[in-house]
Design a protein around this ligand. Sequence first.
Ligand SMILES: Cc1cc2nc3c(=O)[nH]c(=O)nc-3n(C[C@H](O)[C@H](O)[C@H](O)COP(=O)(O)O)c2cc1C
Length: 357
Amino acid sequence: MSRLQTNIGRIRLKNPIICGSGEHTMNEAGIRAALASGAGAVVAKSTNESAAAKSQLDKTDYRVMDDAHRVLPWDFNVPREATLFCRSGLVQQDFEPWVKQLLSLDKLAEASDSYVIPSLILSGLDQCTAYAKEIEKMGFRILEVNIGAPHGDEAAKGAIVLERDAGRIETIVSQLRDAVKMPLWIKLTGQSEDPAALAAAAQKSGADAVVLMGRFMGFMPDLETEEPLLNTSAAIGGGWALPLTARCIALARKRLGKDFPLLATNGARSGLDVARFLLSGAAATEITSLVMMRGYGALTEAIDELDAYLAGRDKTVSELLGASADRLQSYAQQPDRAGFWHQFAPPTSPSAGVAPA
Ligand SMILES: Cc1cc2nc3c(=O)[nH]c(=O)nc-3n(C[C@H](O)[C@H](O)[C@H](O)COP(=O)(O)O)c2cc1C
């Protein structure tokens, strides 16, 4: 058995690196390239019934920024840690032809021990449920439903629904669960006071796994033009988000139990980051911005990096799962280091300081 193998409830993946949903999984060529990268699964670009969500795709725009918020040329060779700031919309193709195409790609995926996962973004709950039933009837093996897309508050009313209320999440997931028996992964927002509570609501209502956590919305002034970058607020994610997502995963593991499958998204930029998410309790990681910024080969690189890390420690993915999260302590449990803080005396210039021992 490969050390990379992972289980998401009833689903076994050949490795925990999933190509996340985005513009790079919006057509056949993109999905084929993602499968060829060796990813354990590929989540297709999301769809729903809203005409406004489809036309929002034509207003899509992106900027890549470095650590100092400087805009970088988008040449697919930007540093892995770069931040992607963007607006996005949904698949413009109609539902029927889109999922028909995805089904043939899922057959292709099956031949390489992978999956193509259709993704719905909530607009109307009844239509979302009808689509979920159709997806199950067609023979797909997994369904992901995103009810926490960051653009929800900016999109036309009802086009992309962003749920932050545990009660609403129970209503939505229960209705979907009653409608389909297939593995149902629910993707949730990070823009909530307590994402673990939202995950608990999804678990209670019958989700097979939850994906944590959607990106945030940001605003970035341009120092040259003094205009807002992209003219609007936009979704933002970067390597900086990893500790935020990792904590969210670790808290969800504590609250939902070690056996409930958690998937990470938001912040992974390498195979070592996938290891960090495994240690936090995520059985797999959905990687998106890295592929948008550096191409599909970034997935292969991440798989190789994770494999080398595991080989170096003679461990498997399952042995890593949750290992750090289960050792997470409270502030109160920390040893007394009385006096340590007295040593902090920031210098008047960066070079003059002496770090505390
Ligand atoms: C340009 C772009 C488009 C995206 N489109 C979708 C989408 O259609 N459906 C969805 O569930 N997530 C979508 N996402 C969110 C990503 O799948 C992923 O959850 C998020 O970017 C955080 O992961 P990352 O740090 O690897 O980018 C999109 C992200 C980006 C950057």
